[in-house]
Every structure is written in structure tokens, then in C-alpha cells.
Write a protein that binds this ligand. Structure first.
Ligand code: ZN
Length: 260
């Protein structure tokens, strides 16, 4: 079994064969999946698996952002409702990815600007775009199951990559604050194991501290090298290859915002 049970009605693949987390929520009459992974053959197996575990059909896919580790396998779900923000759909179209042989081009077939709610019996799922990691970044929140599926606005045990072309660290900070304001117990990151509120607070504090340090340096007219060095010195419990490109991108964005 590749799906791991997190709690009643919540399943996640947070390791191979997924390169990014795949979450399955078992609703009264159907399974809803958030993000669908990258490798088609593996994903078709996992679809079978969750349908057997849940004894229900997988009918709805929600995408948190357009990056291929989260969306590439969508042709395996062409028969489903595929829900995303309009920006995600635009980003996906612009990415213009090749459809694997034997599959047909599949894109989200139900889109929204900022927020959408779906219901199954008395179970609600709120799907909301916040931006952050990308401009289309979206989370799914089920108040009944007390779970937030955050996509790549939340990383656990991995450095939070923020180098995406259309990301915004200020929106990212806002998104993390929003997660903390909700009545949730399980926070499912885009990468890494499922965590509690404490890890969200840790990431929020980190990005917020980088922002404070870098903005101060920018306002006092320091060079990019000095700003990056100061950002680099902000402590975080995990590091990694994503750190330089992330800090560079954030520095660029805050410099532009402060010196328009
Ligand atoms: Zn990712």
C-alpha cells in the first residue's frame, strides 16, 4: 500500500512513488484527491488502491498549483471533475507540456477565481486561492475532518522552495497565517510528512524573519550580496539546494516592491 492513513477518511502518499504529496479524502459518496502526482503508471495504480480502500469511486481532483510534480499525471483522471483556480489553468496552458503517449490532453474542467466550496452530504471542502509559492497556489480545507492540504505553501523537513516565476513571499506569509486561523489539526504539506500547527508556525516565522532582515537591508541601501548574506544567516531547522534560488528570488521581489 502506498497510501498512508493519517486519520479517519484522510490518506496521503508522502513518499515514493510520489515526488510531491498526494492526498485522498474519503467523502460520504466519493473520493476527492488533492494533487495527482507526476508519474502516470504509478498514479493509475494508486487510483485503484484508494478506490479499493475507500470502496468508493475517485471523482474529484483538486490541484494546488501547476508545477509538474503535482499535476503531470492528470491525464489519468480525464473522467473526473478536475478543479483548479483560473490562474493555475492559465499557468498550465502556458507550460504547454506534452501529453504522454496513449493519453489525451487533460486540463482542469472546473475553475474559480478565488474560492469554491464543494459538499458531499454534510462534509464541506473549501478550496481557496491565496497565491504564495505561485500566483495560483490554492489550499483545500475540510472543517469536518480538520485537515488543510496546503500544496507547496507548506514544506516539512524540506527547505521551502520559493524560486517560482510567479510566486510572492508576502502572499505566502498571508497564506500561512490563514491556515493558522482555521480550525485544523492535520496540515498536509506539498513535500514531507503531515504535521501539526507547530511546523506551520516555524515556517511562518522563518519567512517572516527573512523578510524583516532583508527589508531592513534594502531600505538602508545595501548591495544584493549583503542582503542575501543577511537572509542566509536567518536560522531554519532545515536547509538544502533550494535555499540560494529562493533567497535570490525573494530579495528581488522585495527590492522591486520597495524601490518601484
Ligand atoms: Zn512541489
Amino acid at each position: 500500500m502506498v497510501f498512508r492513513k493519517v486519520a479517519e477518511n484522510i490518506y496521503v502518499i508522502d513518499r515514493q512513488p510520489a515526488y510531491a504529496n498526494v492526498t485522498a479524502l474519503v467523502f460520504p459518496s466519493r473520493v476527492v484527491m488533492v494533487d495527482c502526482g507526476i508519474r502516470l503508471p504509478a498514479v493509475m495504480e494508486t487510483r485503484k488502491e484508494i478506490e479499493e480502500i475507500a470502496k468508493r469511486k475517485l471523482e474529484v481532483i483538486i490541484l494546488t498549483h501547476f508545477h509538474s510534480d503535482h499535476t503531470r499525471a492528470i491525464p489519468a483522471f480525464s473522467d473526473c471533475r478536475i478543479i483548479s483556480s483560473n490562474r493555475l489553468l492559465r499557468n498550465l496552458k502556458q507550460a504547454n507540456r506534452k501529453t504522454p503517449k496513449g493519453f489525451k490532453l487533460t486540463l482542469p474542467n472546473e475553475t474559480f477565481d478565488d474560492q469554491l466550496e464543494i459538499r458531499d452530504g454534510d462534509v464541506r471542502l473549501i478550496i481557496k486561492r491565496t497565491g504564495g509559492h505561485t500566483d495560483g497556489s490554492t489550499y483545500a480545507y475540510c472543517p469536518n475532518y480538520k485537515v488543510i492540504v496546503a500544496g507547496d505553501n507548506f514544506w516539512v523537513d524540506y527547505y521551502p522552495w520559493g524560486g517560482a516565476r510567479n510566486g510572492d513571499p508576502d502572499e505566502w506569509i498571508q497564506a500561512l497565517k490563514e491556515y493558522l486561523s482555521l480550525d485544523a489539526k492535520y496540515f498536509i504539506p506539498g513535500h514531507g510528512p503531515v504535521a501539526g500547527k507547530d511546523k506551520v508556525v516555524e515556517l511562518l516565522d522563518y519567512i517572516d524573519n527573512v523578510r524583516k532582515v532583508m527589508k531592513e537591508m534594502i531600505v538602508s541601501g545595501r548591495t544584493e550580496e549583503e542582503i542575501l548574506k543577511a537572509g542566509w544567516e536567518v536560522e531554519y531547522y532545515t536547509s538544502g539546494i533550494a535555499k540560494p534560488s529562493t533567497l535570490k528570488k525573494w530579495c528581488k521581489i522585495w527590492r522591486r516592491k520597495l524601490n518601484p
